[in-house]
Design a protein around this ligand. Structure first.
Ligand code: SF4
Length: 90
């Protein structure tokens, strides 16, 4: 388990894995919606949709920490977890 730097980035994006060809037009469409595109491997991409969680505090701490969803507790169980570059357990 790594050390959280409390950047809050993992609570500011919703992540999806897509398995398809990324055409220039599709890439442009996503980018116009401020979606980050990370290429994982050939024809597999992680899409990061900007979406700040409604219970993320201004201090980047979770307001419902003790009652947060399971997916927030152990991102290693999520194949689509967003790992920001400052996460030490990447
Ligand atoms: S519920 Fe808490 S830990 Fe989960 S995304 Fe929202 S702020 Fe982050």
């Amino acid at each position: 388990m790594g050390v959280c730097s409390k950047c809050g980035e993992c609570c500011k994006w919703v992540s999806f894995i897509v398995n398809s060809v990324m055409s220039k037009d599709k890439r442009r469409y996503y980018e116009l919606h401020n979606v980050k595109i990370i290429r994982l491997k050939r024809d597999q991409y992680q899409l990061l949709v900007p979406c700040v969680c409604s219970v993320l505090g201004k201090d980047n701490l979770c307001k419902i920490f003790k009652d947060r969803p399971y997916l927030c507790r152990d991102t290693s169980k999520r194949d689509n977890a967003y790992k920001h570059e400052c996460c030490t357990d990447v």
